[in-house]
Design a protein around this ligand. Structure first.
Ligand code: MN
Length: 226
C-alpha cells in the first residue's frame, strides 16, 4: 500500500507478566457510574451513557504528561478499564464477560471547565474529554490471571494525599451490564477499551502535581503533570 501521508502508529498497551502487547481499537467511556460521583456532579441515577476518546489520546504506562492547553480546571477521574478480546452487537449480559481480555487502571483526565460549558450549552464533550494525552493507562492484567474483579478498592492520590477512595463493587452498572448496553449502540470488537466511570473525589490538579492510583488486584499507575 502506498500511503499519501504516514499512517498513524497503532496504540498498544503492555500486558502484565507477558511479552505480547494489546492493540487498541476504540476507547469508550461511561459517564457517572458511581452514585457518589453522580451526587457530587448533581445528577441522580440514570441509564449508562457513553462518550469516547481517540485511541491516540491514551498515554500507556503514564509518566510525565504535559498540562493540556485551553483549561484552568483539569481534573482526574480514576477508573477501571476493561479491554475486550472479542465483541459483537446486542451481547447478552450473561455472555458479556467472555468478551473481556483483561483490566487496567486508567485516568479519564477532564477539562472540567470546558465540560461545564458544553453541558450548559448542550454541546458535545469531545474537547473536554478527548484531548491529547487525556487517557493515561496502566498495564493490562489478563482476566485469565486476575479473574473478573467484582469488588476491590479503587483509589487516587495527588501529591500523596488521598482524593478518591472507592470500591469497584459500587458501580451503578457493572462491567457485564456496560458491555451489553454499549453493544446495543455500536458493534464492539477485539481491541476496544471501556473506561467504566469514576467514584467520588475528583479534584483540580496543576502543573507539578504527581498522581498515583490503583485498583486492588488490577494494577497501579503514576503520572506527573509537567
Ligand atoms: Mn470518567
Amino acid at each position: 500500500m502506498d500511503f499519501a501521508v504516514p499512517p498513524i502508529a497503532q496504540t498498544v498497551l503492555a500486558i502484565a507478566g507477558g511479552q505480547a502487547v494489546f492493540p487498541v481499537r476504540r476507547v469508550y467511556c461511561v459517564g457517572q457510574n458511581y452514585a457518589d460521583h453522580a451526587a457530587e456532579m448533581g445528577d441522580g441515577r440514570t441509564p449508562p451513557f457513553f462518550f469516547g476518546k481517540p485511541a491516540d489520546a491514551l498515554v500507556p504506562g503514564g509518566g510525565k504528561i504535559a498540562y493540556p492547553p485551553r483549561t484552568a480546571n483539569l481534573q482526574h477521574e480514576v477508573e477501571l478499564v476493561a479491554a475486550l478480546r472479542g465483541g459483537g452487537a446486542d451481547i447478552p449480559v450473561e455472555r458479556a464477560l467472555d468478551c473481556v481480555f483483561g483490566y487496567a487502571v486508567g485516568i479519564d483526565l477532564t477539562r472540567r471547565d470546558l465540560q461545564a460549558q458544553a453541558k450548559e450549552k448542550g454541546r458535545p464533550w469531545e474537547m473536554a474529554k478527548g484531548f491529547d494525552r487525556s487517557g493515561p493507562i496502566g498495564a493490562l492484567a489478563p482476566a485469565a490471571q486476575c479473574g473478573h474483579p467484582a469488588g476491590g478498592r479503587i483509589w487516587l492520590k495527588v501529591n500523596g494525599n488521598v482524593k478518591q477512595d472507592g470500591d469497584i463493587g459500587r458501580m451503578t452498572w457493572n462491567v457485564a451490564e456496560i458491555i451489553a448496553n454499549l453493544s446495543t449502540y455500536v458493534t464492539l470488537a477485539a481491541g476496544d477499551l471501556i473506561f467504566t466511570g469514576t467514584p467520588a473525589g475528583v479534584s483540580t490538579v496543576a502543573r507539578g502535581d504527581s498522581l498515583e492510583c490503583g485498583i486492588d488486584g488490577v494494577g497501579r499507575l503514576e503520572i506527573e503533570l509537567v
